[in-house]
Design a protein around this ligand. Structure first.
Ligand code: CA
Length: 223
């Protein structure tokens, strides 16, 4: 699992990075909100641990900006502010969970497991576009130069991940976890079937966009 940790308290940051890596996570760390947004735009994470009070750009602003640009990566907000109002604000802004400092590392691990197990509820509204295709998330339709067609929910979830990360090679485990959830016992071959379905959809709408197989890794959407 690839994780972004945003925390400006140096000692806490170092200790969390160390412990998370011990648990087998691949961790990127940053110390302010602007750096965090840059990392979030450049990379694909399975989870983001986001401190609320940060230099340059507040954690809630980072979260707001992410969700506005339809980035649905799970976020656990970490903060010293533990009042009910703060929790509600954080969750309303699109945080998946909330952790109050100081916390035991075991509690953080439990929250991470819990959030990672949840199948992603992908953004229900809006449309996503890449080159000559537009996908309406709300009604699961795909439109291209040759018309439009509707997709099943899984097809749409998978299409959405590709559209949010065009040109990026997405690994098979990442796609399986995002679409089917971490604990699901979905067969690997199922993913190939769904890729096949999506390729057929792209052909139906006469798009020049394709989903390429990256041998030994996964898939990539490109024009
Ligand atoms: Ca802080």
């Amino acid at each position: 699992m690839r994780l972004l940790l945003v925390e400006d308290e140096e000692r806490l940051l170092d200790s969390l990075v160390f412990q998370l890596e011990q648990e087998g996570f691949s961790v990127d760390a940053c110390r302010d909100g602007e750096e965090a947004l840059y990392y979030i735009q450049q990379n694909l994470y399975d989870l983001i641990l986001l401190d609320r009070m940060l230099p340059l750009l507040d954690g809630t602003e980072v979260l707001k900006t992410m969700r506005r640009s339809h980035n649905s990566t799970p976020v656990i907000l970490i903060t010293a502010l533990g009042t009910l109002d703060d929790k509600v604000t954080g969750l309303d802004l699109g945080a998946d969970d909330y952790l109050v400092k100081p916390f035991a590392f075991e509690e953080l691990m439990a929250r991470i497991r819990c959030v990672a197990r949840r199948p992603r509820r992908l953004a229900p509204e809006g449309t996503l576009s890449f080159r000559d295709i537009t996908c309406s998330i709300e009604d699961s339709t795909l439109a291209g130069p040759g018309g439009s067609c509707s997709m099943s929910r899984r097809e749409r979830d998978l299409m959405e991940i590709f559209l949010r990360n065009p040109g990026q090679t997405l690994s098979r485990p990442l796609l399986l976890t995002r679409v089917w959830g971490m604990d699901s016992d979905v067969e690997e071959g199922n993913l190939d079937n769904y890729i096949h379905f999506l390729r057929r959809r792209l052909k139906t709408v006469e798009s020049s966009v394709s989903i390429r197989t990256v041998r030994g890794i996964g898939y990539r959407m490109e024009a």
